[in-house]
Design a protein around this ligand. Structure first.
Ligand code: SF4
Length: 346
């Protein structure tokens, strides 16, 4: 097999079957490609498209994003998950405006020094926005390369990861960088899918090791399994006589950093004294609502909601607490499980 067989086969397939109408390519700008690439980390194209449209309507330029309050950026991200992406996007926008005069670097090393931009993302941005040769290695590309070369190990292992970068580098052509990059991502997303790949439609089938050995399901190997621990938390749904709900902005570090959530407690008996201290209520009666289950990367969380209706009083001392009506709630960034919980009581 000639070295360029892989890229030629992919480019030919892409011309006919690739996704040519992605909104971040029309009009094409490095800013739009960057935002889309960050949104597409861990998230599928079909989910990203409406978020991307809303984001661009509110932050049409790098400068508008850099000047926006973080809260507003997080609100546009609410529901997409992995909120560190939004915080890093905002941080990187400020950095680009302040330290790079608003101009995106055109080399992978400098671009990947910005918050939230790894080597693969930097490669994807440079290849797509500037049509310059820059290999990428996202999840889809890893899967295609593992299958094509019959690699059954887990790509998270350093030596496997290094080998995959070598292969990505080997196959990336000198010409048509933008099309080739999109083609590799498209093949992984639409043809060489995680389960049930459509090998009968695949342009790489002729030389694909996994196809010839029928070992698609074993390539790439899975991460060694660890049983996730389970945690539980009580969350307070306090509403007042005006229908407002008590929300608390989370610290800027840790889970759901900077988002608005419900006050939480590890111990149920701490809720009433807390209400007395911060809202001056007494004789409060809590009602247990159905638990909500949510899985993070590192653990399962069981949320045990407790509902209470109280008379509105001034909030004492804690500035990160706020009574919010439905309109105000819609303006804040809330984690998806909290939105789900609030929907059950509104
Ligand atoms: S032939 Fe099948 S397993 Fe091989 S790259 Fe194509 S879709 Fe993936």
């Amino acid at each position: 097999m000639r070295r360029d067989w892989f890229s030629k086969a992919l480019l030919k397939w892409y011309a006919q079957h690739g996704r040519h109408d992605l909104p971040w390519k029309k009009p094409l700008s490095v800013y739009r490609v960057w935002v889309s690439e960050i949104m597409l980390q861990q998230t599928q194209v079909s989910t990203v498209i409406p978020y991307f449209a809303r984001f661009m309507a509110s932050f049409p330029s790098l400068e508008s994003l850099a000047n926006a309050p973080l809260d507003s950026v997080l609100q546009h991200w609410a529901g997409l998950g992995y909120y560190a992406r939004a915080r890093n996007l905002h941080k990187a926008a400020k950095c680009l405006v302040n330290d790079f005069a608003g101009i995106f670097p055109k080399d992978v090393t400098t671009l990947s020094s910005l918050p939230g931009i790894g080597l693969s993302t930097a490669g994807a941005i440079i290849a797509q926005a500037y049509n310059l040769r820059a290999p990428i290695l996202d999840g889809n590309v890893k899967r295609v390369l593992c299958r094509f070369h019959g690699i059954k190990s887990w790509p998270g292992e350093k030596k496997v990861h290094d080998k995959l970068w070598e292969l990505a580098e080997y196959h990336t052509p000198k010409q048509q960088a933008a099309d080739y990059t999109q083609a590799t991502m498209d093949l992984g997303a639409t043809c060489c899918t995680r389960t049930k790949p459509s090998c009968e439609l695949c342009p790489l089938q002729k030389h694909c090791a996994a196809f010839s050995q029928q070992s698609q399901a074993q390539c790439p190997g899975k991460k060694p399994r660890k049983k996730l621990p389970t945690k539980q938390l009580y969350m307070l749904c306090a509403q007042n006589q005006h229908g407002e709900l008590l929300l608390q902005q989370r610290p800027l570090k840790g889970i759901w950093a900077g988002l608005w959530s419900l006050p939480e407690f590890t111990d149920e008996s701490a809720i009433v004294p807390w209400l007395n201290e911060f809202l001056g209520t007494s004789g409060a009666k809590l009602t247990a609502l159905s638990p909500i289950l949510h899985t993070f990367t590192h653990y399962h969380l069981t949320i045990l909601p407790r509902l209470i209706t109280i008379r509105k009083k001034a909030i004492k001392s804690q500035s990160n607490l706020s009574w919010l009506n439905n309109d105000a709630l819609a303006q804040r960034g809330l984690p998806a499980p909290i939105q789900k919980l609030i929907a059950t009581i509104r």
